[in-house]
Design a protein around this ligand. Structure first.
Ligand SMILES: [Zn+2]
Ligand SMILES: [Zn+2]
Length: 331
């Protein structure tokens, strides 16, 4: 019971911190957090609320500071004294350094803003499939012709070349020119969470072995002597080292979520799709469903990915993009 109460106390504490941070910034950010930063359009699609703010960037950095402060304060010194290899203990810091570098690059780098100056060059970058991207489409907001694979970001209020998505955690669009930074940022974030989880688990396992906890006994409610089982052991560790067990749970969940998302992004890179195209491709396919009759049959055409030209070529397109000053075409 005590275990449950303490666990709930931690959850409430973290939620309260998030609420206080949001209220401190502004009330609109609070609404964004409540709504998950997204709204559902009338046709069922989901889009981000059209406002740019740095609340999630700050939240991201605060969480990283808290995780690394706990790691440095309670885990690093103990593990070092217990003979853990320096390499394994320093690895989370190295990954953090690389991660922060690419985090700021993703935040600061122009994702591929389409302007009057580069409009004509970018119009030739990709073929128009005439299903998802039409040759003569024009952005009514920017008053520019829309290159294939581009999209107007409602949050940043600009058209972005090879638009992938708008990421609230970096407060920037992910497009042709910063997708590579985003992928390295995501990879190092996943690796740092996984490394942190491994070190935390090793720390607790070491404690169990050193303290011989499996040999310990306790007296249950009915007065009988019981040996420590796994559930009791977890409760004991949580009550003895609450912050470390909570940190372990947090980084384990985070590692799985990030690894899943990273796999999805790598799949998109390997097949030369953007998140925007992947979502709209599904939506376009749904127009063929006999239960969905939003478009007349003449407008419903099969979407095919015409941009994939093999794994190496697809990787090169993301990691060695054609930069704005270049006159070359991407194909
Ligand atoms: Zn636009
Ligand atoms: Zn954006």
């Amino acid at each position: 019971m005590e275990f449950l109460i303490l666990f709930l106390f931690y959850l409430v504490f973290i939620l309260l911190c998030v609420v206080v941070i949001c209220i401190c910034f502004n009330t609109h950010s609070w609404k964004v957090l409540i709504l998950g930063g997204a709204q559902v359009l009338s046709d069922g699609r989901v889009c981000v609320l059209p406002s740019s703010n740095r609340i999630f960037v700050v939240l991201h950095l605060i969480l990283q500071v808290l995780v690394y402060a706990e790691y440095s304060w309670e885990i690093f010194g103990y593990c070092y004294d217990q003979g853990f290899t320096v390499c394994s203990l320093v690895m989370p810091y190295l990954l953090l350094t690389v991660n922060l570098g690419f985090f700021f690059l993703t935040c600061m780098e122009d994702p591929g803003t389409i302007t009057k100056a580069n409009e004509s060059v970018l119009l030739q970058a990709y073929e128009f499939d005439e299903v998802m991207f039409w040759r003569n489409a024009k952005c009514p907001t920017c008053d520019l012709r829309k290159p294939a694979r581009s999209k107007h970001c409602r949050v940043c209020d600009r058209c972005v070349h090879r638009f992938d998505h708008h990421c609230i955690w970096v407060n920037n669009c992910i497009g042709a020119w910063n997708a590579r930074y985003f992928l390295i940022y995501l990879s190092t974030l996943t690796a740092s969470a996984a490394t942190m989880a491994i070190v935390c688990a090793a720390f607790l396992a070491h404690l169990v072995v050193v303290l011989d906890l499996y040999q310990e006994t306790y007296i249950d409610d009915s007065g009988h002597v019981q040996a420590f089982d796994t559930v009791f052991l977890i409760q004991y560790l949580f009550l003895s080292f609450p912050r470390i067990v909570f940190l372990l749970g947090f980084v384990v969940v985070l590692s799985f979520l990030l690894a899943g998302y990273l796999c999805f992004m790598l799949y998109l890179v390997a097949t030369n799709q953007t998140t925007n195209e992947w979502c709209r491709g599904d939506w376009a396919c749904s127009q063929h469903c006999p239960l969905v009759t939003r478009l007349p049959p003449a407008e419903a055409q099969v979407y095919q990915n015409i941009h994939s030209h093999g794994l190496w070529s697809n990787l090169r397109e993301v990691f060695l993009p054609v930069l704005p000053c270049s006159e070359k075409k991407t194909q």
